[in-house]
Ligand binder design. Structure first.
Ligand code: GAR
Length: 322
């Protein structure tokens, strides 16, 4: 069964042509995202009128006379109300507070009109022309507290013509942006349910623990600690097993009481897996939008400790900071 489309809020400040490109892309059959809110710091933003015309919920709150934190809080409340899972900045000309960005880490995207890491900030077209670059372009990236510095997800190159002005170049970069952003967003929201991507993340964490290796068990990938010959499993990777919808990593709890407590109190995060559940393994669900990977890492380490020989756990304890 395909995943339901990811819910996306778009922040704009102006014309909102990228917002329009995303909105119309979301209307294509089988689009992996839907736009549940268009919000702006500028009540006069042209894009708001288009969103309204298209029946998308809108929210406008001028930043004037408000602190950054207060303005961000109002925007965030609107996002939560819309139940959006991702925030997409499309010509949103405000810097978000660090706390806001950290709360939404991995779930805010931005488009920037340059080939990052070149030309962060403003006047990107004029700077590319002045530098004599052969190409300008656009980048879709994750938003982190440092301006225009998060992981680049996708880029489009646009040739600079001999007589280009910043305005003529900007027009073509916009055309490229309109193609790039919907595709980059579609790929990004899909990766959270792509077993290959999720496996790679788990493998990276699991294999960073001492003396570990990957090994299949009953046809599913898993991770063991110890030698290739006599190692013990501390994690199993499970892809929609036995009718379950989950892509998950199975890790060892302290026993049935803990397993039961976890699956009862946080059914959106934990489930009791078939077979393994009987011996105290819990499934940590990975195909959901707000996976906390450091939490997954902690579980893997805990599970590793239960399976590792004591010479290795002693080593790890000694290496830990006081
Ligand atoms: C876009 O070109 C986008 O790359 C840029 O603002 C424009 C918004 O146009 N964003 C930035 O400069 C962010 N630093 P739009 O409102 O027509 O989508």
């Amino acid at each position: 069964m395909p995943n339901p489309p990811a819910k996306v809020a778009i922040f704009i400040s102006g014309t909102g042509t990228n917002m329009a490109a995303l909105l119309y892309a979301s209307r294509a059959e089988k689009a992996p995202f839907e736009i549940v809110l268009v919000a702006s710091n500028n009540p006069q933003a042209e894009g708001l009128a288009l969103a309204e015309l298209e029946g998308v919920a809108t929210f406008a709150h001028s930043h004037k006379g408000h602190s950054r934190e207060d303005h961000d809080a109002a925007m965030e409340a609107a996002v939560r109300e819309s139940s959006a899972q991702y925030i997409v900045l499309a010509g949103y000309m405000r810097i978000l507070s660090d706390a806001f960005v950290e709360r939404w880490a991995g779930r805010i995207l931005n488009i920037h009109p340059s080939l990052l890491p070149r030309y962060k900030g403003l006047d990107t077209y004029a700077r590319a022309i002045a530098a004599g670059d052969s190409h300008a372009g656009a980048s879709v990236h994750l938003v982190t507290p440092e301006l225009d510095a998060g992981e680049v997800l996708a880029q489009a190159r646009v040739a600079i013509a001999p007589g280009d002005t910043p305005e003529s170049l900007a027009q073509r970069v916009k055309l490229a942006e309109h193609q790039l952003y919907p595709r980059a967003l579609a790929e990004y929201v899909a990766r959270g349910s792509d077993p290959e991507y999720l496996y790679a993340r788990v493998a990276e964490l699991a294999l960073a623990l001492p003396e570990t290796h990957a090994k299949d068990s009953h046809g599913s990938p898993g991770f063991r600690v110890g030698t290739e010959k006599s190692g013990r499993f501390f994690a199993h990777f499970s892809v929609r097993h036995h009718g379950s919808e989950h892509v998950a990593v199975l890790v060892k709890t302290s026993g049935m009481d803990e397993l039961h407590g976890l699956t009862e109190s946080q059914p959106e995060v934990y489930f009791r897996p078939a077979y393994y559940g009987a011996s105290g393994w819990v499934g940590v669900i990975l195909n959901r939008p707000d996976v906390d990977w450091s939490h997954v890492g902690e579980w893997l380490e805990r599970s590793w400790r239960t399976a590792a020989p004591s010479r290795l756990t002693r080593q790890l304890n000694a290496a830990e900071p006081f």
